[in-house]
Design a protein around this ligand. Structure first.
Ligand SMILES: Cc1cc2nc3c(=O)[nH]c(=O)nc-3n(C[C@H](O)[C@H](O)[C@H](O)COP(=O)(O)OP(=O)(O)OC[C@H]3O[C@@H](n4cnc5c(N)ncnc54)[C@H](O)[C@@H]3O)c2cc1C
Length: 463
């Protein structure tokens, strides 16, 4: 056993959650913090992300609260043209390395153990050196790994692959040096979508791409997820949603109306969409994706043979010259929810609809500024990560129901108004914009009916 560590908090995971939580503790209390991650650098899954991935939300409200990400530039080229920049994986990795090196470690209050496993019971094991440290944790272990996601780079495909079949994780297609006969993209989520868009952008004809989609997904229109000069439009999107939610007659009707209003998008409007992971895309991406006509909807892939792909509900031919792209990792975990705050532990989980980092940081601010675990749990009752249509509505409802209570603790309320991570935090700067004035009135009028109707639809209807 190596030296004994003493720390107020032991944060397990240096991903977006561990970094945002730590940053909040640094800003709002004088605790010492030890961060452990089995990866060699801070950033979590971004360390292993496919090279062409970008944030699907603007950089403006991603990362830790105290350090901006990006230059808040409006993109003028590519599928994000007209919208605020979305960081690439390289930028995100550099960002988190910088946060660790220039903010956390110089504070003198943070110790960081990369390439180290948390072994439970306060023990930290170095992967390479073999040392094991025992931490005496004075306050809490902060577990950011409870709902850890799986990404294709680090998880095997959930189907069998026969010898001689070319099947690669999403990131590997960027390293192909010869011209394959065709591509089979396997998966219905954001990774598959990114792989399709990237391959098309490289000049591969749509006719050379087959897309295997077990489900059709809803996507959110990036137009309504914007900061700065485009924030009034985003706020107007919220008003539109509440108007629809107030009057929808069923969950199906609600999603169709949101699609008609341009808030939600699906690649194939003829196919019912049952998946909702909350990812954001642009209409330029949508136009590219709609070029792919060879879409296979025969359930999940079970195995790939040299000459055919076997799915739940049938087979399709393939060939040895075809590259099969694994984009079928399960994504974020859906485990039983448990209290976020306990006497010796914080278990990071979502508590409302919205982008991740604002929620992670909110949990840190609450931990630092509110004493009672009971009160913190009252303000942030956890919910599951979203996967199906109804999950979005429950998460949206959770945001509306619990947000007023979170305006109670003064430290949290003033931080929430000021932090760049809050997508609506800067609304006050646009208070005289006619679109904001109009949207505010509509939100006020519709919010009670919308929340009542959502609760009713969720209690009585299926998607
Ligand atoms: C491709 C992709 C794009 C995304 N884009 C966005 C986006 O634009 N906006 C958004 O809000 N969300 C996005 N997400 C969602 C994503 O979940 C969050 O952004 C965020 O990065 C998740 O951070 P995390 O810290 O919860 O998890 P992770 O990044 O998975 O970090 C958890 C860390 O814990 C470590 N760990 C686990 N167990 C142990 C152990 N026993 N000992 C030591 N270390 C351990 C792991 O090594 C890992 O580094 C995206 C997700 C993916 C996969």
């Amino acid at each position: 056993m190596g030296e004994e560590l003493e720390t107020d908090y032991l944060v397990v995971g240096a991903g977006a959650a561990g970094m945002a939580f730590t940053d909040a503790l640094l800003e709002h209390c004088d605790a010492t913090i030890t961060i452990v991650d089995r990866r060699h650098a801070p950033g979590g899954h971004w360390i292993d992300a496919y090279p062409y991935v970008r944030l699907h939300q603007p950089s403006a409200f991603y990362g830790v609260s105290s350090v901006p990400l990006g230059q808040d530039a409006l993109d003028v080229v590519g599928t994000n043209a007209g919208y605020y920049e979305t960081a690439s994986a390289d930028e995100i990795r550099a960002y988190y390395a910088n946060v660790m090196l220039r903010r956390f470690l110089p504070s003198g209050r943070v110790r960081y153990f990369p390439s180290s496993d948390y072994l439970g019971d306060g023990r930290v094991g170095s992967r390479l050196g073999g040392q094991v440290w025992k931490a005496r944790v004075r306050r809490k272990v902060v577990d950011t790994t409870y709902l850890e996601g799986a990404v294709p780079a680090t998880s095997a495909p959930p189907f069998q692959v026969a010898d001689g079949v070319r099947c690669v994780p999403a990131g590997q297609i960027a390293r192909i040096s010869e011209h394959p006969e065709g591509f089979v993209i396997i998966g219905a989520g954001k990774t598959a979508l990114d792989a399709c868009v990237w391959v098309l952008e490289q000049g591969v004809p749509a006719s050379a791409i087959r897309w295997i989609k077990p489900r059709e997904a809803w996507w959110m229109n990036r137009r309504f997820q914007q900061p700065h000069s485009l924030l009034p439009q985003a706020y107007n999107g919220l008003a539109i949603q509440l108007e629809v939610m107030a009057l929808a007659t069923s969950i199906g009707d609600l999603f169709t109306q949101l699609e008609n209003q341009g808030l939600f998008l699906r690649v194939d409007p003829a196919v019912p969409a049952t998946m909702f992971r909350g990812a954001v895309i642009s209409q330029a991406e949508l136009r590219l994706l709609r070029q792919i006509e060879d879409v296979v909807r025969l359930g999940h892939v079970r195995r790939i043979e040299r000459d055919e792909i076997v799915l739940d509900e049938g087979t399709v031919p393939t060939s040895e010259g075809t590259v099969h792209v694994h984009c079928a990792a399960r994504g974020l975990a859906r485990r039983p929810i448990r209290p976020i705050y306990e006497p010796e532990r914080v278990t990071v989980q979502p508590f409302q609809w919205g982008f991740a980092c604002y929620q992670f940081a909110t949990l840190g601010v609450l931990e630092a500024t509110v004493e009672s675990d009971e009160e913190k749990n009252r303000l942030c009752p956890p919910i599951a990560y979203w996967d199906a249509n109804t999950d979005y509505l429950s998460a949206f409802l959770a945001a509306f129901t619990n947000q007023p209570a979170r305006l109670g603790p003064p430290a949290l309320a003033s931080w929430a108004m000021a932090t760049r991570l809050n997508p609506l935090g800067a609304l006050a700067l646009h208070r005289d914009d006619p679109l904001v004035i109009d949207a505010r009135g509509r939100i006020k009028r519709c919010a009670p009916a919308a929340t009542n109707n959502l609760a009713k639809l969720l209690g009585t209807s299926a998607a």
